[in-house]
Design a protein. Structure first.
Ligand SMILES: Cc1cc2nc3c(=O)[nH]c(=O)nc-3n(C[C@H](O)[C@H](O)[C@H](O)COP(=O)(O)O)c2cc1C
Length: 379
């Protein structure tokens, strides 16, 4: 059952900064510098994380919390080459090694659970089937299939009676993550145009059953997943990620502000560990597009638990967001790729290393585990 969640710091009267401890549900963070989830497409055979994955995350264990790369909850959830899953025993065992490595290094780690929905291709699907989605609407654009770039295919609209099975996949993956792999929790990936986001927003959801139409109906899939995962592992080990104004993966909504306010309010009864919202800072590629409303501030006010902000933050603007109460923590993506010791660099105002975008996806150690920490740089 959902358990109560509250924010604590060592000194609740002091203005918080990135180094003020924080409790997210059942997870105690020594600082508020969260590593954002990042797909790196380096999973091994059977889409299992490898020893290199464990090394990569352990190197970043000084983060207040690590959120893993998006991780498949079932066979049909995949849309990119070499992304990990957490639905087979081998995958679960491999994640156990990752969790142990991070814990041994003094860190905390939650698994981001996803299903890509229409952002896939028959080459990633069981029996070469069409990807599934709330509605049969193809995304504009192309995707990388491993053999090159191809247009997004037309997805198959899910039958109403298939949806409970998908909800169960999320709950099973949550159990595997927490009880079998020993991760500290899970984050439900309801952002960036993947399956849950496709249900939430009306550009991709044209259903006429109880999962489409009204705001309440479009939230139903997410809320059923939260009910099932909370029952499985406890709501105080669950976070949710949203990108209300994101356009990545050909997304949009006709009225994002009231819609996502309703989503945030609907999350309150669960007493989740946190809500994680992507709304890029001005000029960032994940900033609301021209003319779109900014919604993060309203969601922060509507959501009654810990709130993590993301999108183009550096040390100074992150500290400002914490001091002004816009967020309880800030997550950093690209900066963590090239700065495994990001908290130490922030603490000492050391320069940040620039990431090499060419090695973001695929490959091995290069651009993954070979970015040095500060001590090594100085030595
Ligand atoms: C290489 C890369 C992979 C990413 N993969 C994911 C992902 O798996 N799940 C997700 O929710 N966001 C993903 N993102 C988005 C980041 O979590 C984050 O929202 C984005 O990088 C903006 O934050 P930043 O400006 O601090 O980098 C990815 C971003 C990058 C650069």
């Amino acid at each position: 059952m959902p358990q109560s969640t509250h924010i604590e710091s060592t000194d609740t009267h002091a203005t918080p900064n990135l180094f003020t401890p924080l409790r997210l549900g059942a997870i105690e963070l020594p600082n508020r510098i969260v590593m954002a989830p990042m797909t790196r497409s380096r999973a091994g055979d059977g889409n299992c994380p490898t020893a290199l994955t464990a090394e990569y995350y352990a190197q970043r264990a000084s983060a207040g919390l690590i959120i893993t790369e998006a991780t498949q909850v079932c066979d049909s959830a995949q849309g990119y080459p070499h992304t990990p899953g957490i639905h087979t025993d081998a995958q679960t065992l491999a994640w156990r090694s990752v969790a142990e490595a991070v814990h041994d290094a003094g860190g905390r780690i939650v698994a981001q659970l996803w299903h890509v929905g229409r952002i896939s291709h028959p080459c990633f699907q069981p029996n070469g089937a069409a990807p599934v989605a709330p509605s049969a609407i193809a995304a504009a654009g192309t995707l990388f299939t491993g053999a090159g770039m191809e247009p997004f295919p037309l997805p198959r609209a899910l039958e109403t009676d298939e949806i409970p099975g998908l909800v169960r996949h999320f709950a099973d993956a949550a159990k595997r993550a927490v009880f079998d792999a020993g991760l500290d929790g899970i984050e439900i990936h309801a952002a960036n145009g993947y399956l849950i986001d496709q249900f939430l927003r009306d550009r991709t959801n044209r259903r006429t059953d109880r999962y489409g139409g009204s705001v309440e109906n479009r939230c139903r899939f997410l809320l059923e997943i939260l009910e099932a995962t909370a029952h499985a592992v406890g709501a105080d080990r669950i976070g949710v990620r949203l990108s209300p104004t994101g356009v990545f993966n050909d997304m949009g909504d006709s009225d994002p502000l009231p819609h996502f306010l309703s989503v945030a309010q609907a999350l309150n009864p669960f007493s989740l560990a946190y809500l994680h919202v992507i709304e890029g800072r001005p000029g960032h590629h994940m900033a609301p597009p021209e003319g779109a409303p900014h919604v993060a501030e309203a969601l922060r006010a509507a959501f009654k638990g810990p709130f993590i902000l993301n999108g183009g933050y550096g040390r100074a603007d992150a500290d400002a967001a914490l001091a002004s109460g816009q967020a309880d923590a800030v997550s950093f993506g690209e900066a963590f790729i090239s700065n495994p010791d990001l908290p130490q660099r922030f603490r000492t105002a050391a320069p940040l290393a620039e990431p090499d975008r060419a090695t973001y996806y695929g490959g091995a150690a290069k651009g993954y585990t070979d970015y040095p920490a500060l001590e090594t740089v100085a030595a």
